[in-house]
Design a protein. Structure first.
Length: 195
């Protein structure tokens, strides 16, 4: 039982965000920024070819717009904030990305319910030990079952919410592309999330 509690604590300690399976993205140098912004520079070569694939596909969720590769997310989190800035002109697509961000915030609730559930199980095993008083056995069972149910319920809720939430990104891009077929956005990653 103690090992199970430690495993659940470890799961909920890092459950506030998606798993971080990507490397840290390198920040461009000043010279690279000048080249990207097409500012005059003595060291800059002639016109650079437009990227066919995103340069940092391993470290972020990229998309291509007008031949330039961008990250879907802000540097702080997987929140689709950069992509949302490109979709201001199509309210339906922007609304879907707002829903994406709201649901991600709501999924953090499971970290709190999971912690509360684990605390209830710990209380059941320390304060309400079996057999110490007449009513403590029923309190022990209630706290233990309630804590386990609260932890499992919060985990299942958040897992299903995050899995369905990831489908909003390609749907928002699809709506944007239907509204502006001459100026499309192309996702360069497979939308989805799994453990």
């Amino acid at each position: 039982m103690r090992d199970w509690i430690l495993i659940m604590l470890a799961v909920f300690a890092g459950f506030g965000s998606l798993p971080d399976s990507h490397a840290e993205c390198p920040y461009p140098t000043v010279e690279e920024l000048r080249i990207q912004m097409r500012s005059p520079s003595a060291e800059a070569p002639g016109r650079l070819p437009q990227p066919k694939t995103p340069p940092n596909a391993i470290c972020d969720r990229p998309f291509v717009y007008r031949g330039e590769a961008y990250s879907v997310d802000s540097p702080q989190a997987q929140d689709a904030a950069n992509l949302k800035a490109f979709m201001k002109e199509v309210p339906e697509a922007e609304s879907l990305l707002q829903t994406y961000q709201d649901r991600r915030d709501r999924s953090r609730l499971s970290a709190y319910t999971g912690t509360l559930g684990i605390v209830m199980v710990l209380l059941a095993n320390t304060v309400f030990k079996k057999g110490t008083t007449a009513g403590s056995e029923s309190l022990h069972s209630a706290f233990q079952i309630g804590g386990l149910a609260l932890t499992a319920g919060g985990f299942i809720y958040s897992y299903s919410l995050l899995r369905t939430n990831e489908l909003l990104i390609p749907e928002a891009v699809d709506r944007y592309n239907r509204a502006r077929p001459s100026d499309p956005i192309e996702l360069k990653f497979q939308a989805g999330w799994s453990f």
